[in-house]
Design a protein around this ligand. Structure first.
Ligand code: DX5
Ligand code: ZN
Length: 228
């Protein structure tokens, strides 16, 4: 079993660097690694699939040594059109898990296979408006599914309450052992209900990096989610 598969089997908080201070990115990542984080979530946006543009493989590569030296993994969330064209580049840069959106490609099976071939763990994400059944035909290819609990593109949005029922339906659809990640509006109040619904990886951006003490914020969400 790879480190990635092993790490994603348990309840994990995945700090999203989208809300970090980019002028001191290494230090901010160091703070959450020291607090116990073993999954670092990286949001890649292309200005097409979602309006903002964020970061690319260069930043993934810049963080890879620090994250891997801590025994942690880079969980790269691609909010980009036609991700199959660039997944190999992210894997080469050091991405351990790569998530593609079902809405971003007509070639989902191919995109997930390309992630696996590139040596990373395949994961697929669905937007709030996309039903769990969109993953039915690829469920066996996934190491993880990502349920967006806000519309993708920005940090700091409120959690969409209907997501809880959807997470439970996704859990039922996925083979046992497939990780289920929630992303958007996750904080100490929403993490517990997400865990009860069946999620085991909890992305948190503004609730961690928007806090005065990111390590304490990490610990509060981990406690609420029953995470390690
Ligand atoms: C949004 C991103 C999220 C974002 C979550 O499109 O996918 O990972 O960082 O931010 P919060 O935790 O602030 O909702
Ligand atoms: Zn994300």
């Amino acid at each position: 079993m790879t480190t990635t598969t092993e790490l994603l089997r348990r309840r994990r908080i995945a700090p999203s660097i989208l809300s970090a201070d980019f002028a001191r990115l290494g230090a901010q990542v160091g703070e959450v690694l020291d607090a116990g984080a073993r999954v670092i979530h990286v949001d890649v946006m292309d200005g097409h699939f979602v309006p903002p543009i964020t970061i690319g493989p260069l930043v993934v590569g810049a963080l890879a040594d620090q994250v891997h030296a801590a025994g942690a993994i880079l969980d790269v969330h691609l909010m980009i059109e036609r991700p199959e064209r660039t997944v190999a580049e992210y894997a080469r840069a050091g991405a351990d898990s790569i998530t593609v959106h079902v809405e971003a490609t007509p070639h989902l099976n191919y995109a997930l296979s390309a992630v696996r071939e590139a040596g990373a763990s395949p994961s697929a994400a669905i937007n709030p408006g996309t039903p769990p059944s969109a993953l039915a035909e690829v469920a066996d290819l996934l190491e993880m599914a990502l349920c967006m609990t806000v519309n993708p593109g920005w940090g700091g949005q409120p959690f969409i309450p209907a997501s809880l029922d959807k997470v439970a339906r996704l859990r039922d659809l996925l083979p046992a052992g497939t990780a289920l990640e929630v992303d958007g509006g996750v904080d100490p109040a929403t993490a517990g209900p997400c865990a009860e619904a069946g999620a085991n990886v909890f992305v948190a951006g503004s609730a961690i990096f928007g806090a005065a003490d990111p390590a304490a914020a990490y610990a509060a969400i981990a406690a609420a989610a029953g995470a390690v």
